[in-house]
Design a protein around this ligand. Structure first.
Ligand SMILES: [Zn+2]
Length: 182
């Protein structure tokens, strides 16, 4: 097992513990899918933190297929001098290269913040099956905040969406990043 595999296993155990402790509290019983979502959102949060250390707006994304990470990245717009290098776009490009297919059927994209209109468009083009994101983006989110691209009835592909996974952590990273720059 590689280092990444071990890391994911360790986090899987952590989330099992959380699930059990929530049960003791009489709160939500987490399904296996929710455990999985928490694990991969933590990977996306790692990418967001790494982006912040590089001076980028801290957004992270991970693309998963068959419970395997195909690609992971943070925002790279400043480093790459590329206005399209949002974490989601970087990950979709890398995943298509790795899989040798520009259609990314049967994949789930995890991203720390609600995708913008550009990224939502790319998610549709790639035929991503499901998007899981952390916090809403009231200033540009294209899933439900400003536009509803991923569920638009005029498009020939609709995406399953789960919002609010580790949302407090995801918004906290962004807020502290901008607070430090004021
Ligand atoms: Zn974007």
């Amino acid at each position: 097992m590689g280092a990444r595999g071990q890391w994911i296993s360790a986090n899987f155990l952590t989330s099992r513990v959380e699930a059990l402790s929530r049960r003791r509290d009489g709160r939500a019983i987490l399904s296996r899918e929710m455990d999985t979502d928490l694990n991969y959102m933590r990977v996306a949060l790692e990418e967001a933190r790494a982006a912040a250390s590089a001076g980028e707006v801290p957004v992270g994304a991970v693309l998963v297929r068959d419970d395997k990470v195909i690609a992971r990245s943070g925002n790279r717009t400043i480093r790459d001098c590329d206005p399209t290098a949002h974490a989601e776009i970087v990950v979709l490009r890398e995943a298509a290269r790795v899989l040798g297919n520009y259609r990314l059927a049967a994949t789930t994209l995890y991203v720390t913040i609600e995708p913008c209109s550009m990224c939502a468009g790319a998610i549709i083009q790639a035929r991503v099956h499901r998007v899981v994101y952390g916090c809403d983006d009231p200033k540009g989110g294209a899933v439900r905040s400003c536009f509803e691209v991923l569920s638009h009835p005029r498009l020939n592909h609709q995406v399953e969406v789960t919002a609010g996974v580790l949302g407090d952590e995801c918004v906290g990273i962004i807020q502290s990043f901008f607070a430090e720059r004021r």
